[in-house]
Design a protein around this ligand. Structure first.
Ligand code: PHE
Length: 344
């Protein structure tokens, strides 16, 4: 029996020696150290031994088993570390490696201006209109009638306004002022909103004019709204948008839906007021139209002009952007030329 044990031990040692990875080592372990291993089979035969031999063989079996177990465990440790290392190496991430450059687009300069102006007016207490009240495809009713624009006014002419369906009076809005009546008919004063969006006019496209452009409309209606407040709000807007040092002036003007009406000019940024081709020699550039909401407009939307008053203003986003960054051609905004867009 002793010989048999030594024989199995030799075989086992050989197999341990030959095991080349965790898996094959596991097989060796199962073969020599599990419940049905050959040593355990030998143990069953111990009952046939003489009482003197039993402890001798018993302790030999234990000694060999624990020797094999130690060897297998040692080798198991080595394999385990080796395989773990290989796995870690193969999955290694070098966090110091430079990342892959994912090209990012950025916000269009016109959108940047809109965002900036909306933020300024938010700060002044105006909130963004519900877009449902500011549609681009509009009826003459909101684009003209309710804004006190007479039927024979030249702005309605097909020269200026794109008619989608003349018979039904459907137009592409020519001004964001269409939002005024819609807003006043859908909520009671106090109303204090701004409404940015696209407008369309049948213009000959040039460096100064495009037939699609953007406006931002503002409307404030409440009790006791005054021209002084209009000036206060718009002066603050100009100061925040152009900076403290840009001189402005208010000029008498006319819009059918405001009375009195004004236009605001800023000093020409190209010539600093000296007079150049951009400002046609005047030294000033118009940036927005505004005025006190005409009592007729209030009455037509069901607001009593004896109780309420208001002011409105409308500004061109392209123009404001061109003036701020000294851009000399409006078409640059629409050509999608990266060399231009990248500068913003
Ligand atoms: N809607 C006018 C325009 O497009 C601007 C404006 C808006 C003037 C509101 C007065 C009040 O020229």
């Amino acid at each position: 029996m002793e010989n048999k044990i030594q024989e199995i031990r030799t075989l086992a040692l050989q197999e341990i020696e030959q095991a080349s990875d965790l898996k094959s080592l596991e097989d060796v372990k199962n073969k020599y150290l599990s419940r049905n291993c050959e040593f355990n089979n030998l143990k069953k035969g111990m009952k046939d031994l003489t009482p003197e031999m039993r402890p001798v063989i018993g302790s030999l079996l234990n000694k060999v088993s624990s020797e094999l177990e130690t060897l297998i465990n040692e080798k198991n440790d080595i394999f385990y570390k080796k395989e773990l290392n290989e796995k870690l190496l193969s999955e290694k991430i070098d966090v110091t490696l430079e990342g892959e450059q994912i090209p990012l687009g950025h916000v269009h300069p016109l959108t940047q201006t809109v965002n900036e102006i909306v933020e300024i007016f938010n700060h002044l207490g105006f909130s963004l209109i519900d877009p449902a009240l500011s549609p681009e495809v509009e009826t003459e009713k909101y684009n003209f009638d309710l804004l006190n624009v007479p039927k024979e006014h030249p702005a309605r002419d097909v020269q200026d306004t794109f008619y989608c369906d003349g018979a039904k009076g459907v137009v592409l809005r020519s001004q964001t002022s269409n939002a005024q009546a819609r807003q006043m008919m859908s909520s009671k004063p106090p109303i204090k909103i701004i409404s940015p969006g696209r407008v369309y006019r049948n213009e000959n496209v040039s460096a100064r004019k495009n037939n699609l452009f953007h406006q931002i409309e503002g409307l404030y209606v409440d009790k006791n709204v005054t021209m002084a407040q209009l000036k206060g709000v718009l002066n603050e807007f100009v100061r925040l948008y152009f900076g403290e040092s840009r001189p402005t002036r208010y000029r008498n003007s006319f819009f059918p839906f405001t009375e009195p009406s004004v236009e605001i000019d800023v000093q020409c940024i190209m010539c600093q007021g000296k007079g150049c081709s951009v400002c046609s020699g005047s030294g000033w550039l118009e940036i927005l139209g505004a005025g006190m909401v005409d009592p007729n407009v209030l009455r037509d939307v069901g607001i009593d002009p004896n109780v309420y008053s208001g002011f409105a203003f409308g500004m061109g986003v392209e123009r404001l952007t061109m003036l701020k960054y000294a851009i000399d051609d409006i078409r640059l905004f629409f050509n999608n030329d990266e060399r231009f867009l990248k500068q913003f």
